[in-house]
Design a binder for this molecule. Structure first.
Ligand SMILES: Cc1ncc(COP(=O)(O)O)c(C=O)c1O
Length: 374
């Protein structure tokens, strides 16, 4: 049996999602810009998908724009607000996803904004004091802080951050990729300017995501072309993708609390079993109640097996990652683990769970780790 414990990188697509998507490849394949019936069918599918997403987040469909994924959505939030809303300062952290950090760095390197990094404690928790200090000293600010960290599982209190942003007249963007589908969002209650989601993180297809743009913010596109997505993103729409995203989000929202508490139980069990391994350490804030229900990051005991750790686990038919999916597994490859000062002579494993994982899989993984670190 192959064990997949890399769900923060991507998740398997739910069967019902595939079924919902299939007609849009086979029969309802029209281009929504066409005026004939095939086109109208496709138009109605994407607008229904938009309505579904908007309903689940409690916002207006006109505030949801489909994108190729969260990387594009993050780029759009940052670049769009700098070019259209006169943002001069981006306040972010050193442990954001590269979709945010590299975009902010590009904007800074090209003289459009100045980046300010908030202080973090040893576990990578954002100092709200430091955030407020930077907000008080600067005007024209966009705060971009992720809701849940994909490598170490830390979570941010978005309501607190939103309160500080409103107090100091700053815009707020959050990369909510790891929390959409796990936590409920009510955008009438949470005052936020931009948030983003990616279907493949919640059992939907790859290559489709969305951005919520609060209607008070009128920003321009970063992808120029046709008038699709109300002039916000040129290019023929990914109809099957949008339908799949909406269906996946719907499924994620059904019994969300139950599914989350099942994940939390599985995570707690996994943590308890990992503690049996001597000299293993947990990274970031993943042990706390206020962390992502599906992410555990560990530093393994010093041992020669660390050199080829992920490779060894792969041979044992266990798929995990080092820091994030886009790093090789070497500690030096992860800017997040580097920012936390994680010791380089240890191995790092990020385990990330989904509703499809079982206690048996955890037990089997622990047995392999015990054998490797004997
Ligand atoms: C926190 C976070 N932000 C952004 C992304 C990028 O998402 P996408 O693959 O949809 O571009 C990811 C995926 O790795 C992520 O985990």
């Amino acid at each position: 049996m192959h064990i997949y414990l890399d769900n923060a990188a991507t998740t398997p697509v739910d069967k019902e999602v595939i079924e919902a998507m299939l007609p849009y490849f086979e029969t309802a394949f029209g281009n929504p810009s066409s005026i004939h019936s095939h086109g109208r069918q496709a138009r109605s599918a994407i607008e229904n998908a938009r309505k579904t997403v908007a309903k689940l987040l409690n916002c207006s469909p006109s505030e949801i724009f489909f994108t190729s994924g969260a990387t594009e959505a993050d780029n759009l939030a940052l670049t769009g607000s700098v070019f259209s809303l006169d943002i001069k300062n981006i306040i972010t952290s050193s442990i954001e996803h590269h979709a945010v950090l590299h975009t902010a760095e590009w904007l800074d390197n090209n003289g459009f904004v100045k980046i300010h990094l908030v202080e973090l404690n040893k576990k990578g928790i954002v100092s709200l004091k430091s955030l407020e200090k930077i907000l008080a000293a600067n005007s024209g600010c966009l705060v971009s802080l992720m809701h849940g960290n994909n490598e170490i599982g830390n979570m941010l209190d978005l309501h607190e951050v939103s309160f500080l942003c409103k107090k100091h007249n700053a815009l707020l963007h959050s990369d909510t990729v790891q929390t959409i589908g796990h936590f409920p969002f009510d955008l009438q209650k949470l005052k936020i300017d931009f948030l983003v989601g990616s279907a493949h993180k919640f059992h939907g297809p790859k290559g489709i995501g969305f951005i919520y743009i609060n209607s008070e913010n009128k920003i321009g596109p970063i992808i120029h072309g046709g008038s699709q997505e109300r002039n916000m993103r040129g290019g023929t729409e990914n109809i099957a993708g949008a339908v799949g995203l909406a269906r996946a989000l719907e499924i994620a929202n059904q019994d969300m609390e139950v599914k989350r508490s099942e994940l939390v139980s599985l995570k707690s069990y996994f943590i308890a079993r990992l503690k049996e391994i001597v000299n293993l350490e947990f990274n970031g804030d993943c042990l706390s109640q206020n962390s992502l229900p599906h992410v555990i990051s560990i530093s393994t005991p010093k041992h020669e097996v660390n050199e080829m750790l992920l490779f060894n686990l792969d041979i044992e038919k266990i798929s995990v990652s080092g820091g994030s999916a886009c790093t090789s597994g070497a500690v030096a490859g992860s800017h997040v683990l580097n920012a936390l000062g994680i010791e380089e002579d240890r191995g790092v494993i990020r385990f990330s769970l989904s509703k499809y994982n079982t206690v048996q899989e955890i037990d089997q993984t622990i047995a392999v780790l015990q054998r490797l670190f004997k």
